[in-house]
Design a protein around this ligand. Sequence first.
Ligand code: F6P
Length: 548
Amino acid sequence: MTEGTRLDQLPEWAALAAHRADFGETHLRSLFAEDPKRGESYTLQVGDLYVDYSKHLVTDETLTLLRELARTRQVAALRDAMFRGEKINITENRAVLHTALRAPRGAVVEVDGVNVVPEVHAVLDKMAGFARRIRSGEWTGHTGRRIRNIVNIGIGGSDLGPAMAYEVLRSFTDRDLTVRFVSNVDGADLHEAVRDLDAAETLFIVASKTFTTIETVTNATSARDWLLTELHADTDAVAKHFVALSTNATEVAKFGIDVANMFEFWDWVGGRYSYDSAIGLSLMIAIGPEAFEEMLAGFRLVDEHFRTAPPEQNVPLLLGLLGVWYGAFFDAQAHAVLPYSHYLSKFTAYLQQLDMESNGKSVQRDGQPVAWQTGPVVWGTPGTNGQHAYYQLLHQGTKVIPADLIGFARPVADLAPGLVAQHDLLMANLFAQGQALAFGKTPEEVRAEGVAEELVPHKTFRGNHPTTTILAGELTPSVLGQLVALYEHKVFVQGAIWNIDSFDQWGVELGKVLAKRIEPSLVEGTGIDALDSSTAGLATRYRELRGR
Ligand code: F6P
């Protein structure tokens, strides 16, 4: 599909490079002066998301050239292959079908000749039934007490998605439930999560696609020990307090969880694309099956948009291409996601895995090295807090860091009236930052304020820092689904252009293997001599400090 001529040898690439040279230091101030309506025309709407891309270092010509590149790279053909269930994850020979997780009942999406949609809905129905039983109190623990605490144990895609979405949709959750997420193999994580919980009222959800991830299996084993000790019970108690979310029934059974209490998903769902599968069970319990369905509808809406909207109106395509433009021709190494919503505090961390595990690659699909930038460093925290921390670098540093500013017109419905008034100030900050980053402050403007000449350079803002502003009416389950799907497809577009496999993650394997090898050196002191001198020194010092 994207095989063939190397990206950087395409005429479309050369045309973009030439265009970049012409673009030079063109400032957003002049682009807006030349086209006063740019702030209206450089916008798109998808579902509830109003996307203003006017503050990007692009002209109509840039966008045309980028779309031509996408056409030559056959992004649409790869997209269609993904939606059709073809095995586009070539290094693992797997289909990539997170879009089937939100396909409507009755749709047909086939993998190896089997329609997967009925299975998807069977699991969603099973999840809904279970979530209702927990929420109503019908499902009780081993001692007959109602479940009031949910602890999700998982890591990476089996943690970040549900943890992020639970935070985003807090105002839609049953506030009588305590929901916590444990991921780190540092025992402190589990300790802090359970120390004030009543085991009799606690349900552990062990989330692991493979059910072999060492962090998760270790934490789940410790959680089981804690439960049995607290309840003075034998392993019979596990059935009422542990459920599993996995593709691996054999390992689930080996752990001691009844496979009747396993919620299944499939190898065609990547971990970082999985929180709208069974991996979202903790979220579904918290927000209820109806709100979960609303979220899926939001995903679906953007899937349809990505699949059918013409290139000029296709928002994920546009956002993907803008990232390609900055990476290749402005040497942008990073991309900031800056939400102006406290509820989105974990959103960027979620996107880090989505984007960096997908597109942090340096070989092409055929194994040849890339000779161009691939995925950026994705980072950011809620914008207002960032303003008082690292925005200094965004405004006056030396780096090109395109940023997404995300905000909502209305605060969530259950905010106290006194706090609703703060919302305008929050949003004024978002709009102000977009403005300041784009237009800066010229030396003349600084001087006009009577600033001493020696301070003028220090108080000047170069501006010309590109941002996308995404504005929606309110942060609802549907809007969350729309946002996540938007970023999923943006990442897809970039992987297609760069000709990398966005759906494997071999880069995480080496560390896992080495940790397993090093552990006996730390515990028993064996094999230290075989380690490199730095690691051996560290292991020896570690053992001394542990009194071993
Ligand atoms: O180590 C990386 C990774 O494989 C992620 O891709 C995945 O989301 C995470 O580990 C957890 O894997 P699992 O769900 O199989 O426990």
